[in-house]
Design a protein around this ligand. Structure first.
Ligand code: F0G
Length: 448
């Protein structure tokens, strides 16, 4: 029987098992590895050039053309149009920011900030949820669940009530920024807090899915990552359909970096781009599994023959030390990233580099972006902190064109921001000044 145009495929080349898109799986039933959504591109009518997508701006009164995800539907067409979910995600902008460039000693026109905070729930997750909820609708799921450091739970809760699905989110007590927690509760999710970190939540949520047959909304879900590919399409769009030299992204559960690598792999294969950008993935030093495995333990994709022993040894070491990650960038406070292998593949496709930055570096970079740009939450600022390192090390040159993905809105984590300013933690601290309730005193202060 001829298989459908879209299908699921195991990422392990030694296995390569294929499954219908109508199946709800999170890993390969044959070997347990991650799954990709795949397409029989010969049977997809993909435009001849990326510019063709620009035409959809003129028809944005149509729901799918308005969506910054489904505007690119030809490149992720795994479900019928009438099942595609959208609540207006992906209306984001790529901001050329010469003041940040100048501050970093880069040339004008070289630093671009892709602001995903403009999404309906305030983070990049909505790109993925538009796709994952479309798949959930296609398989007639009625209840969904996720583990989260915060943004996934906010986004899942929002899409779930928009689509009429029941929704449960698992978060670690004390591990979530209040903006995000407020969203999950406000959007009506059953919000379960457990005494553990994100990795504990992720472990439990997979067991819950198995026991109760709930639909999993984490980035293990291959369809979610299809939606996140579109962040890259929009960066190319923002650059007049040119590919930048570098993409910089924070690394947590490694869904984004995996999706970005897949996006470029496919665009290259389809002849829609002629070069692939380099990828830099930035961890926080308190949650630096990827950096440790790649830079210090030599882990690589190696044509799909990933050395599992290196991963197992490191994770055994984490367990023995009772290690739990800690960073002010709570969004990326993760030590067992589920998309690790897909991310290794992305690093190979994009000649990627990985590095880790400290919390003070993240806080200063976050405030720099706030001072000169649209602002962002701490995890997003790991990009600019990482860029500074890569410039200092000569890995990136001041004239290269770099797009940093600002993954979440500035209001997601007001505590980190307020503490930075009030406690004068860094070079951009801008503490409020207290003065008595007296006009002359206020004027004196303003004129000082
Ligand atoms: N930036 C923000 C703002 C995030 O919320 C996350 C992940 C990341 C970066 C890391 O992205 O996992 O694709 O490497 N947040 C998840 C959550 C884990 O539960 O909200 P990744």
């Amino acid at each position: 029987m001829k298989k459908d145009v879209a299908y699921q495929k195991c990422i392990n080349p030694q296995c390569g098992a294929e499954y219908d898109c109508a199946q709800t799986l999170v890993t390969c039933s044959a070997c347990g590895e991650l799954l990709d959504a795949q397409y029989d591109w010969d049977r997809v009518s993909v435009p001849d050039s990326m510019e063709a997508f620009a035409k959809r701006w003129t028809t944005r009164s149509r729901r799918l053309d308005f969506s910054g995800v489904w505007r690119f539907r030809d490149l992720l067409d795994f479900c019928p149009d009438d099942q595609k979910v959208s609540i207006g995600e992906g209306q984001t902008i790529l901001e050329k920011n010469d003041r940040v460039a100048q501050h970093l000693g880069m040339d004008p026109g070289s630093v671009y900030l892709q602001y995903e905070g403009l999404n309906p729930s305030g983070s990049f997750k909505d790109n993925g949820m538009a796709a994952a909820f479309s798949h959930a609708k296609m398989v007639e799921a009625t209840s969904c669940v996720c583990a989260s450091t915060g943004n996934t739970s906010a986004s899942v809760a929002l899409y779930a009530h928009s689509c009429g699905l029941k929704c449960t989110v698992l978060i670690g007590t004390g591990r979530i920024a209040f903006g995000k927690l407020s969203q999950a509760m406000d959007y009506g999710a059953q919000t379960i807090q457990i005494n553990g970190d994100f990795d504990d939540c992720m472990h439990q949520v997979q067991a819950v899915c198995q026991r109760l047959g709930l639909y999993l909304m984490n980035s293990l879900n291959p369809f979610r990552l299809e939606g996140q590919k579109t962040i890259m399409y929009r960066i190319i769009e923002g650059l007049g359909w040119e590919v930048p030299d570098w993409i910089i992204v924070p690394g947590g559960n490694l869904g984004n970096s995996s999706a970005f690598g897949k996006a470029f792999m496919e665009l290259k294969q389809l002849g829609l781009i002629n070069k692939v950008p380099r990828l830099a993935i930035v961890n926080a030093t308190g949650a630096d599994t990827l950096t440790e495995l790649v830079n210090n333990r030599g882990l690589s994709w190696n044509d799909g023959r990933v050395d599992q022993g290196i991963i197992d040894d490191y994770y055994a070491d984490l367990t023995a030390r009772e290690f739990s990650p800690r960073t002010c960038a709570s969004a990326i406070e993760i030590s067992r990233p589920v998309n690790l292998k897909k991310c290794l593949r992305a690093l190979e496709v994009c000649q990627g580099v990985v590095l880790a930055v400290t919390d003070p570096e993240i806080c200063d970079a976050r405030a720099l972006i706030g001072r000169y740009g649209l602002g962002c939450e701490p995890a997003s600022a790991a990009t600019i902190a990482g860029l500074k390192h890569l410039l200092d090390e000569g890995v990136i040159n001041p004239g290269e064109r770099v797009a940093c993905v600002l993954t979440g809105h500035v209001l997601k984590d007001p505590d980190v921001t307020v503490n930075y300013h009030k406690q004068k933690q860094g070079v951009f601290s801008n503490a409020p000044v207290e003065v008595e309730n007296d006009l002359e005193a206020i004027i004196r202060l303003i004129q000082r």
